[in-house]
Design a protein around this ligand. Structure first.
Ligand code: R5P
Length: 327
């Protein structure tokens, strides 16, 4: 008799998903070669959400996937409730997988008496019990500092660049940032596309009117060239269609629009379909319903990127290695 009870335990990865983007959850599970944990979720008559996992998750490393699609506040709340349920069900670790993290673009005060909403969202996940956050193309990298645990900031760039390279003559391509603030991202794109020139659109915004941007002029060499216009998200499409307009007016040969997150709030679909861009390329970090699709829209799958990152986190491997050591 030693007075000790010893056990050999195996690590166990479980993947759970909310209701916001079930297709993506299924794709990620398929890439990982696992089944999603059966989960029930429904709304009470007054809008409260109920959720429960259908099997034990005790002792597991849980990854809880929800993309913050519209209605965004509902899906963030469901995400938080799932994290709380996992913590109370005695999981070992909780990783929040938010391919599109809601409120990320509200990451600073532009004027007095505004909230820093992105920080609050991160605080809410920490309070609910999250140990780690995995997300794709946050509005700015500094948001990683809003959560005191690890944040794995994944990039959609490798899959987007791989595709765009097949659609352009890189020798006659200019990478364009839709505003001066995203020049660094455009620089990385230009390097990946063979080191062509950069341009940016000088954009102004009225801080009192959300979703209203005015593109004034383009700075850089675009005449006669294919422009690859890169943004993190397309919400109403205002920023992008204004940028396409000034690029074509400045003599661009054609324009390919690229963005990670297709929020596509009305009237984005209509605007994008008629803006004159040759193609609009996004990923499926958010669900893209049929009514938001149009002929020149290409949607690339983010599931392989998410699955590989989840696997690296679970195996104590390297997420950075998925991005040439740069992420
Ligand atoms: C702004 O800083 C973002 O990067 C996007 O350009 C913007 O949020 C897109 O919004 P919308 O499509 O409504 O112009």
């Amino acid at each position: 008799m030693t007075g000790l009870i010893t056990v050999d335990t195996e690590k166990r990865l479980v993947l759970v998903s909310g209701r916001a983007h079930p297709e993506l959850a299924d794709d990620v599970a398929a890439q990982l070669g696992i089944q999603l944990v059966p989960t029930s979720a429904y709304d009470f008559a007054n809008g409260e959400i109920y959720t429960r996992f259908g099997e034990s998750v005790r002792g597991s490393d849980a990854f809880v996937l929800q993309s913050h699609a519209s209605p965004i506040n509902k899906w963030i709340m469901e995400h938080l409730l799932m994290v709380d349920a996992l913590r109370r069900a005695s999981v070992k670790t909780i990783t929040v997988v938010a391919p599109f993290l809601g409120y990320a673009r509200q990451d600073k005060k532009h004027r007095g008496r505004e909230p820093i909403s992105a920080r609050l969202v991160c605080d809410l996940f920490a309070t609910a019990g999250a140990d780690r956050i995995v997300s794709v193309d946050l509005h700015t990298s500094q948001i990683q500092g809003f959560f005191s645990g690890p944040v794995d900031h994944l990039w959609a760039q490798p899959i987007l660049v791989e595709y765009v390279r097949t659609r352009v003559d890189v020798a006659n391509t200019t990478v364009v940032s839709p505003d001066a603030g995203r020049i660094r991202v455009a620089e990385q794109w230009a390097a990946k596309l063979g080191g062509g020139p950069l341009a940016f659109v000088h954009k102004t915004r009225d801080m009192r009117s959300p979703n209203k941007a005015v593109a004034n002029r383009v700075v850089g060499d675009v005449e006669g060239r294919t422009c690859v216009l890169v943004d993190d998200m397309i919400d109403t499409g205002g920023t992008i269609v204004e940028a396409v307009r000034v690029l074509l007016a400045a003599g661009a040969k054609d324009v390919i629009v690229v963005a990670t997150h297709g929020v596509l709030s009305d009237p984005a679909t209509e605007r994008l379909a008629g803006c004159g861009a040759r193609e609009v390329v996004i990923t499926d970090t958010l669900p893209i319903p049929d009514e938001h699709r149009f002929d020149s829209l290409t949607v690339l799958s983010i599931a392989p990127t998410l699955a590989r990152a989840i696997r690296e986190v679970f195996d104590d491997g390297s997420v950075t290695s998925l991005f040439d050591g740069n992420a």
